[in-house]
Design a protein around this ligand. Structure first.
Ligand code: URA
Length: 230
């Protein structure tokens, strides 16, 4: 593939502009600055940098998805329908969800092929907030346990969470990690049973109002920039 074509496709400018950038020495291939705007590269193997920035071979895709009930978040499952049935029209093959929601959980999921961003957002260090609307039966025994950092039934300790009771049996719970079935297990420790769970925000970004269950939209460039800055 031509180097100027790759750069133009990745949004570094028009073909004319990126040729100029190459001639100015802004672009390196495998650690060597190239000045020839006719340079051809093997886009699958060569490492291209525009100034300090790695230029990805594959275009990055970032989607907000409103997950409906009844789908698992695995890329493949032998028996259950997966959320990736909704993304058949997206040409990229390497999409995955950033974290997982249970089959019966609805709400906001970030879908991408950007492994670096995903890794960052899922890392313990980032402590990205995830807020759930929880509908439950029972009465919460001791609300303060949420903010203190609750110990689960297997002895694992949760980071302090934020619980807000909205009405009888309906609450918002914000957690900063993603342990297996974490919300259901936290509620169980309080003597409550979750009836339904909906993720209403991720990293401080709310489930877009214009989306219905099963729909997705691309992130705005501001949203992508915000997430990359976490
Ligand atoms: N916690 C749960 O228990 N389930 C989810 O799907 C997400 C968080």
């Amino acid at each position: 593939m031509r180097l100027d074509k790759l750069l133009a496709h990745r949004g570094y400018g028009s073909r004319k502009e990126v040729k100029e950038f190459i001639r100015k020495g802004y672009v390196s291939v495998n650690g060597t600055i190239v000045f020839d705007d006719d340079t051809k590269i093997n886009e699958k193997e060569d490492e291209v940098y525009f100034l300090e920035e790695n230029v990805p071979y594959e275009e990055k895709v970032y989607l907000w998805f409103y997950k409906p009930k009844g789908y698992v978040c695995a890329n493949f499952d032998p028996t259950e329908p997966t959320i990736f049935e909704f993304f058949r029209k997206i040409p990229t093959k390497n999409l995955f969800s950033v974290g997982r929601l249970d089959k019966d959980t609805t709400g906001l999921l970030l879908i991408t092929n950007d492994g670096i961003l995903s890794h960052r957002l899922l890392s313990k260090k980032s402590a990205v907030p995830k807020t759930y609307e929880v509908t439950f039966t029972g009465t919460v025994r001791d609300e303060s346990l949420f903010s203190q950092g609750m110990t689960l039934e297997d002895g694992s300790v949760c980071l302090p969470a934020c619980f807000t009771l909205l009405s009888s049996g309906v609450a918002h719970l914000t957690i900063y990690e993603g342990k297996y079935h974490q919300v259901k297990r936290m509620m169980a420790m309080q003597g409550c049973s979750v009836i339904s769970l909906k993720r209403i925000s991720f990293a401080g970004i709310s489930l877009p109002q214009e989306l219905s269950e099963g729909e997705y939209r691309t992130l705005t460039s501001e949203e992508i920039r915000f997430l990359k800055a976490i």
